[in-house]
Design a protein around this ligand. Sequence first.
Ligand code: COA
Length: 158
Amino acid sequence: MMISLVLPAGHTIRSLRHEDLADVHAIECSSQEHPWTVAQFEAELDNPVAAIDVYFVDQAVAGFICSWLIAGELQIQNIATAASWRRRGVAGRLLERVLERSFSTGLQSAWLEVRASNQSAVALYRRYGFAEHDRRPNYYHDGEDALVMCLLADHHGE
Ligand SMILES: CC(C)(COP(=O)(O)OP(=O)(O)OC[C@H]1O[C@@H](n2cnc3c(N)ncnc32)[C@H](O)[C@@H]1OP(=O)(O)O)[C@@H](O)C(=O)NCCC(=O)NCCS
C-alpha cells in the first residue's frame, strides 16, 4: 500500500504562483545549460495540462517540478533543486508528490526524457523506480542522446 508523503517540519509543497516566478527562474538559471525563460514558466500557469509544484523551506524556494498530464500519462518536463539544497531529498519529495497524486487518480505510467550524461538526474529517477525504456540518439541540439525513462504505476513504491 502506498504511504502518503510526509514532509519535514517547515517544508511545504504548493502550486506555482506568479509571486514565485523570480525565485523559481533563478533556480532554473543556475541549474540548466539552456534554461526556460520566465515567459515559459508563465505559459505553464495557463497550460491546462501542466502543473508546477514548488518546494519551500520556511518561506524560501528550494526546488520545483513541472509535469504534464497528457494522453493518460504523466510527463515530467522539468525538475531542479537550488544548489544549496541538493542531496537533501527535495527533488525526491517533489517527484513523490507528483507521482502519488497522479497514480492515485488512476494514471498508469510516468515518462520523461533526460540527457544521457546527467548522472544525478538519472540516479534520482532510478531511485524512484524509473527504468530506461529507449535511447534517442542526437536528441539534443548539441548532439547528445536522450534517455527515455518510464515508471509504471504497478511498480511505484516498490
Ligand atoms: C537532479 C536534481 C534535481 C536532484 O535534486 P536533489 O534535490 O539534490 O535530489 P535528492 O536529494 O532528492 O536525491 C534523491 C536521490 O537521487 C539520487 N541523486 C541525486 N543527486 C545525485 C548525485 N549528484 N549523484 C548521485 N545520485 C544522486 C540519489 O539516489 C539521491 O538519494 P541519496 O541522496 O539518498 O543518495 C538536482 O541535482 C538538480 O537540480 N540538477 C540540475 C537540474 C537537472 O539536471 N534536472 C533534471 C533534468 S531536467
